[in-house]
Each structure stands twice: as C-alpha cells, then as structure tokens.
Design a protein around this ligand. Structure first.
Ligand SMILES: [Zn+2]
Ligand SMILES: [Zn+2]
Length: 157
C-alpha cells in the first residue's frame, strides 16, 4: 500500500492509524478528536485493525484484487444462470422434436384420408350412375306395362 500515509505528518510506518468519516487518515500522534485536522469537519474516527467490516476493509485492499474477486463471482453467477438456460433450451428442443413428429404423423394421416376420400367419391359416382341406369330401366318397364321389381329384373337377364 504505497499510497498509505498519515494526512498530517505523512509518515507511512507505525501500528496505530485512524480513518475519519470525512475520508482522512491520521496516525496516533496526529489524530484529533473533535475536528478533522485536514478539512476541519466534525467527524468520527475508526481505528484501523484487522477487525474492520468487509465494506470498510475494501477501501484498503488493492482495487485490482477486488475487481478480480468480483469478476470471479460474476463468472460463477453467469455460468450458473447459463446452465439453467441450457436446461430450458434442451427441454424446449425436445418438445419441438416431439411436436414435429406428431405434426408429420398428422399430415400423413391427412394424406391417406384424402386418398381414401377420393376413392370413395369415385366409387359413389359410379354407384350413382348405376342407380340412374336402374331407375331408367325400371321406368321403361313400367311404361311398357311389364311387371316391375326384383322378379322382373331377374327374369330380364
Ligand atoms: Zn501523523
Ligand atoms: Zn477530513
């Protein structure tokens, strides 16, 4: 920490230092209790020791070290969330595959039903034609005074 020094006498070494709420550092000799000796504001003093809270300690740690710790933490968060997203994507991909298969099956069923329908239509058309012929024959027979019905039909063959 080559930036660290008492803001009054500028000494760097020594065991007891204090930091003020106005952001100034003083050694044990220079610290004043009522007002800050540098900016003159009424302030609180905090003795620098290993028992500082993490948010206070952070101000004395290397910013690079702090940044690296943050990056490592952010990377963990990012990889955790990415894994979650990957699971979700895999689930949706699986669902899409299943839906595509179901859709293909439905399309195939539709095609075969269409074929069946056209066969039935053709058959129906032929039966209608045949029925019309039968009706005509029947009416002709009635017109000619011949007995109609099944009996007449079978005898005419
Ligand atoms: Zn000093
Ligand atoms: Zn001050």
């Amino acid at each position: 920490m080559d930036w660290f020094h008492c803001n009054q006498c500028f000494r760097k070494d020594g065991a007891h230092f204090f930091v003020t709420s106005c952001g100034h550092i003083f050694c044990k000799k220079c610290v004043t209790l009522e007002k800050c000796a540098v900016c003159g504001t009424a302030c609180k003093h905090l003795a620098l020791s290993d028992n500082l809270k993490p948010q206070e300690k952070m101000f004395f740690k290397s910013p690079v070290e702090t940044a690296l710790q943050y990056f490592s933490h952010i990377s963990q968060v990012w990889s955790f969330q990415k894994k979650q997203t990957d699971l979700l994507i895999a689930f949706y991909k699986h669902r899409i595959t299943k839906l595509e298969t179901a859709m293909q099956e439905a399309q195939q069923a539709l095609v075969s039903q269409d074929k069946e329908l056209s066969v039935l239509r053709k058959e129906n058309g032929e039966l209608k034609k045949f029925l019309a012929i039968l009706k005509t024959l029947y009416q002709q027979r009635r017109h000619m005074g011949l007995p109609s019905g099944r009996e007449a039909w079978t005898t005419s063959r």
